[in-house]
Structures are given as C-alpha cells and as structure tokens.
Ligand binder design. Structure first.
Ligand code: NZQ
Ligand code: ZN
Length: 395
C-alpha cells in the first residue's frame, strides 16, 4: 500500500431535522451576513427555502441571494456570486442544492479572496489549484445525492465557448459543515436521482479499478459501499420517499469521494471515465452521472481487451460485488459487465450514446478534447485513439 494523508475537515450533520443547527453553526464559524446560493428553484417548491429563512430569522442572520445556478454550472454564475458577495460585504456562503450549486459556491469562496480572475484558480500543473491561499467560509445543505461535493475539496465549473469543464481543487475548499437530510432528496426527479446513483458508482469504480497494491481495507470497504448502492437504488425507484434508501444513497455519495478515501494508498489518478464523460457534458450539456453510465461498460471492455493483465481486478469486481460465480477470469469479468449493464438499464439510463442523442460525427472531436490536457487513465494510458475507440464502443 502506498503512503497517504487522510483528512476530512468537513463536519457532516446527517439525518432528519439537522437543519436546526444551521443558524447557530453559521454564527460559530463567524457568519452573520450570508450569501445564500441555490439553483433553479427546487428549494422553493419543496419548502427547504422557507425553513432556511426561518433559521436565519431565529438567529439574527441577514442574507443576500444568488439564484439560478444551472446544472453543469457556468463560470458566469461564479462571477455573479463573487460580485454579490463583495458588494454586500458578506462573511459566509451557504450553498443549497446538488453538486452544481455546491461546486459554484466553492469557486465563489475562493474567488472572493483572490484579486485576479477566478479562472486563475483552476487546477494547474501542480495537480491542485495552487493559487488558492484563502477562502471564504462555506457550508452546504445537500438536496441531491451523487457528486460527493458535500464532503470533498473539489468543484467542476463549465468555462468558455466550448463549455470545457475545469476543476477547482484545494483542501481549503472543503465546506466547514454540510447538512445531509435524506428527506430533502425526496423531491429529486427520478432521472436525476438515478443519475446521482450512477455518479456514486463511478466514483467508487474509478477508485477500485487500479493496479493491485495490496490496499485490501480500501477495496473491501469500497466493495461494501458498491453493494449497498446496487441494493438501495431500486428501492428509491419503487418508493421515492423510502427514508433508509435515500439515507444510504446520500451517505454513499459522501463516502465515495470524501478525501478520495478509497483511492488512498493506491495509484488512482486521473479518473479516466470522468475525463471522457465531461466531454459529453461539454458538447451536449448532458447530465454528469448519465455520461458515466454510458461510458463505463465500454471502458471496462476496452481495458479488458487491450490490457488483459488487468483482467483479475475486473473478475474480482464481478465476483465480490456482482456475485458472479465463474472461475475463468475473462468470462467472470464479462459477466460482471453484463450485470452492470442490466443495472444501468434497470435504473433507466440510456442504453448507448446514440440513444442519448450523441451524433457519430462528434465522437472524433470529443475524443481529442478529452485528452487535450494529457492522457487519461491508470490501468491503461488513454490517448485520443483509445478515447475514440471507447466512445465508438459506447455508441
Ligand atoms: O437547480 P434546481 O432547481 O435545484 O434543480 C436541480 C437540477 O435541475 C435538481 N434538484 C436538486 N435537488 C433537488 C432537485 N430537484 C428537486 N428536488 C431536490 N431536492 O436536480 C438537478 C441536477 O442538479 P445538479 O446539482 O446539477 O446535480 P448533481 O448533484 O449531479 O451535480 C452535477 C455537477 O457536479 C459535478 C458535475 O460535473 C456536474 O457539474 N461534479 C462535482 C464533483 C465534486 N465537486 O466533487 C465530482 C463529480 O464527479 C462531478 O464532476
Ligand atoms: Zn462524478
């Protein structure tokens, strides 16, 4: 096992009614005049907005707002948030929503403390956002499970005319605290709930499918979380207000990426499926989790075919997670992929890129853009040719 540092500086307040701590906890972190940021308005329809305002009233907190943060959040929302925060002398940021709102707020938190353009703050050659040296205090109220942004130090922002997805990543970006009430996710539409499930699974798989280095604790914990996700997601489809199913999926979301804990001690970056999937979001504004469900089986088969020395890790996944009973590694691995495809179908993900509206003529340029900042992957090295082959297999 490789050396690692494990630190999650975010306090998670998990469960029903945890919103009660909101006002006092913001104050404990020095907040009194808050930038409240949210997306397209779901928090007004499901009543979360009113509960937050009631907390503010009870504890004497004042606030201003940034609304309309879109899925695959744009840099323009970040810039608007920075301007509102500065103009109103805010001292705290509260992000309420899914990964898109949380991510935009992480960039805002860093941007308000930086004098240059916020675009300077994306990950650079050092592997993190090295120009971030100070951030405004940030807390989150998660309303949709999937990205893990609530407990991690990253954010993904869409920039420029070609809608490139850029990452802010720094330990200072971990929220001070996150309120995780599974009941807040009851109103997430089925499509986004299941896209979130696909995202969680992909975070787990990207950390599982690495070279074998004897990190058994990480892999066994990862297998357990994956199994739980496979078991719990269908319960949400059957009953969107199943508290325990929503709670397990929400906690899996947080666990899957918190401190990248299942990749610790393993050689695990860069995540190839996320690198490829982001190009589908850039070109088609496609929902993040859906891009990953579309590409994962193709990437697995491509890796199994071009690097058969890695078959054992796919066979291990098939046996330990998908409950395949087959002794031959190649056959077991393929059965595992088939079972994964059946699961994606059961959670209503599109079957292939064509069904998701992707045009064949776009594959080449997306493959090229996916690797423009360097090759992807850890089991194999994915350049443009390999990226194109994977997309063609997923088409
Ligand atoms: O905008 P509103 O009206 O709130 O509606 C949202 C949005 O339309 C809706 N929604 C959220 N909570 C709801 C709800 N609707 C009803 N009831 C609720 N309780 O769901 C839609 C999708 O929301 P969004 O925030 O876009 O989804 P998600 O959480 O999947 O976030 C996706 C973004 O996160 C990035 C992705 O690239 C993408 O931009 N990621 C962030 C990561 C991180 N920070 O660590 C890692 C991930 O791999 C990912 O890249
Ligand atoms: Zn993801």
């Amino acid at each position: 096992m490789n050396n690692f540092i494990f630190s999650i500086p975010t306090t998670a307040y998990f469960g029903k009614g945890q919103i009660e701590i909101l006002g006092e906890t913001i104050k404990a972190h020095g907040g009194s005049h808050v930038l409240l940021a949210y997306g397209g308005g779901s928090i007004k329809q499901n009543g979360i907005y009113e509960v937050i305002l009631e907390q503010f009233r009870k504890t004497g907190i004042t606030h201003v707002e940034l609304s309309g943060i879109q899925p695959n959040p744009r840099i323009e929302s970040v810039e608007a948030g920075i301007a509102i925060y500065r103009k109103n002398d805010c001292d705290f940021i509260l992000a309420v929503g899914g990964g898109s709102t949380l991510d935009a707020c992480k960039a805002i938190a860093a941007g308000v403390k930086y004098s240059g353009p916020v675009t300077d703050l994306f990950v650079d050659e050092s592997g993190i956002s090295s120009k971030i040296t100070e951030v405004a205090p940030l807390a989150t109220i998660l309303t949709m499970a999937g990205t893990g942004s609530e407990l991690d130090m990253g954010g993904v922002i869409t920039v420029g005319e070609d809608h490139k997805k850029k990452v802010v990543l720094h330990p200072l970006l971990n929220p001070k605290f996150s309120i995780l009430d599974p009941e807040y996710t009851y109103t997430v539409p089925e499509y986004h709930s299941m896209a979130g499930v696909a995202d969680i699974l992909c975070h787990l798989m990207e950390q599982y499918f690495t070279p074998e280095v004897g990190a058994s604790v990480q892999d066994r914990m990862n297998e357990g979380v994956m199994k739980s996700v496979f078991e719990e997601a269908p319960k949400i489809l059957a009953n969107p207000t199943d508290y325990d199913a929503r709670a397990n999926i929400m906690w899996a979301s947080s666990m899957a990426l918190a401190g990248f804990q299942f990749v610790l001690g393993k050689p695990g970056f860069p995540f190839p499926l996320h690198g490829l999937g982001h190009e589908l979001s850039s070109r088609y504004d496609m929902t993040h989790g859906v891009t990953l469900a579309l590409l994962t089986p193709a990437w697995m088969r491509h890796t199994m075919r071009t690097a058969p020395e890695h078959l054992p890790v796919f066979a291990k996944f098939a046996r330990n997670v998908m409950e395949v009973r087959e002794e031959d590694d190649a056959k077991a691995a393929e059965e595992g992929v088939k079972k994964l495809e059946a699961f994606y179908s059961a959670i209503k993900m599109p079957a292939n890129l064509r069904e998701a509206g992707v045009k064949a003529d776009d594959l080449d340029v997306m493959a090229e853009k996916a690797v423009e900042n360097g090759k992807l992957g850890i089991l194999t090295s994915i350049g443009k040719d390999e990226a194109l082959q994977i997309m063609q297999m997923a088409f």
